[in-house]
Design a protein around this ligand. Structure first.
Ligand code: AMP
Ligand code: MN
Ligand code: MN
Length: 333
């Protein structure tokens, strides 16, 4: 990332007048990186003395249970209560304006908008764009900006940034788990946070009903060995009725892709999750044979080369047919 972008971001934050209102926004249906990088940065601004501070995200105001213990949650407000015309807007883990929902209007009604992100597909829609596609998580970018603003890490900021880093690296398992990632993790852990407690909360906690729901959904998974140029695909779907039957909230489905992507016979895994009548949130993963980010972009979404998503329409079968067609167009090998 260009040094000039860092300089511009530091200047933009420092130029905030006393009493200036800051609105932090992350993407709809927030994950650990979205919430963690946003709240960690918000706590940093609080340490700098910024008092008029709100954090928010578009869509239903639901915090997944694993994240209800995050420091800084008191700064979160529903989008309906977010400053209509903030003096400064900071945007986290958002690759394009479509992920801002109705809050996209703050790009016009607010002051400068600083975008912190790590998606290669980022459309650079802010007035300052800190986009590092080599960063494992948005929290890597957030940590560097906090450092350049001379905000020392404390255990609360560190916990937020750690949750973000652990989420996006699949608990330090994926390829982007570079030396730089472990160095950052070391700095965060040195503040005194408890990695075991955090991992249990964000990865290893599930209601009994969610386990039963997973059993139903995994039980209907289908193998499609000839998809993706013969690299193969496994897919399944979950409906709103599945959630109702097991009395579960939609966020529990975010973890479903993990058992599905373990299937050794195939490269690509797909989980199709109903969000409304005829509308589905689709998760795509590849082990390296397909650029699923390109697949998702072709279908109106986005993401990373090996982990991406989009909003699908029709029946689960319709959605999977559309995915299957795109897979062949975006083979890496
Ligand atoms: P998920 O499968 O929801 O964990 O998402 C995997 C990746 O795809 C994340 O990096 C998201 O940023 C991206 N992604 C998921 N859904 C969408 C969408 N509807 N539009 C753009 N990007 C998405
Ligand atoms: Mn995210
Ligand atoms: Mn991310």
């Amino acid at each position: 990332m260009a040094e000039a972008d860092w300089v511009a971001a530091v200047r933009t934050v420092r130029e905030l007048a006393p009493g200036g209102r800051v609105l932090l926004i992350c993407h709809v249906n927030p994950d650990g990186d979205a919430l963690g990088s946003m709240l960690g940065f918000a706590l940093g601004l609080r340490r700098l003395g910024v008092r008029d501070l709100q954090a928010t995200f578009p869509g239903p105001f639901e915090i997944p249970d694993p994240f209800t213990g995050l420091p800084g949650l008191d700064l979160l407000v529903p989008e309906s209560q977010a400053y209509p015309d903030p003096d400064l807007v900071l945007i986290f883990d958002v690759a394009s304006e479509s992920r801002l929902g109705a809050l996209v209007d703050r790009l016009d009604t607010g002051g400068a908008a600083v975008v912190l992100d790590h998606h290669a597909s980022n459309t650079r829609f802010g007035s300052v764009n800190l986009v590092d596609a080599t960063a494992a998580a948005t929290s890597v970018v957030a940590e560097e900006l906090l450092d350049r603003l001379d905000v020392p890490l404390d255990v609360e900021i560190a916990e937020c940034l750690y949750v973000a880093l652990a989420t996006d690296t699949g608990s330090f398992r994926f390829d982007m788990t570079t030396p730089r990632v472990h160095e950052m993790a070391a700095r965060l852990i040195a503040t005194g946070l408890r990695p075991g407690d955090i991992s249990r909360r964000i990865f290893d906690s599930r209601p009994f009903g969610a386990m039963k729901l997973f059993a139903d959904v995994l039980g209907r998974a289908q193998l499609d060995p000839t998809a993706a140029g013969g690299h193969g695909m496994v897919w399944t779907y979950a409906t709103l009725d599945d959630l109702d039957r097991h009395e579960q909230r939609p966020y529990v489905l975010d973890a479903l892709i993990d058992p599905v992507r373990c299937v050794v016979e195939v490269d690509v895994s797909v989980v199709v999750k109903q969000t409304a009548e005829g509308e589905w949130a689709v998760s795509l993963r590849s082990k390296g044979a397909v650029d699923v980010s390109a697949v998702a972009v072709a279908l109106g979404g986005g993401g990373h080369r090996l982990a991406a998503g989009f909003t699908g329409h029709g029946t689960p079968g319709d959605v999977v047919v559309a995915v299957r067609e795109e897979l062949d167009r975006h083979l890496i090998v």
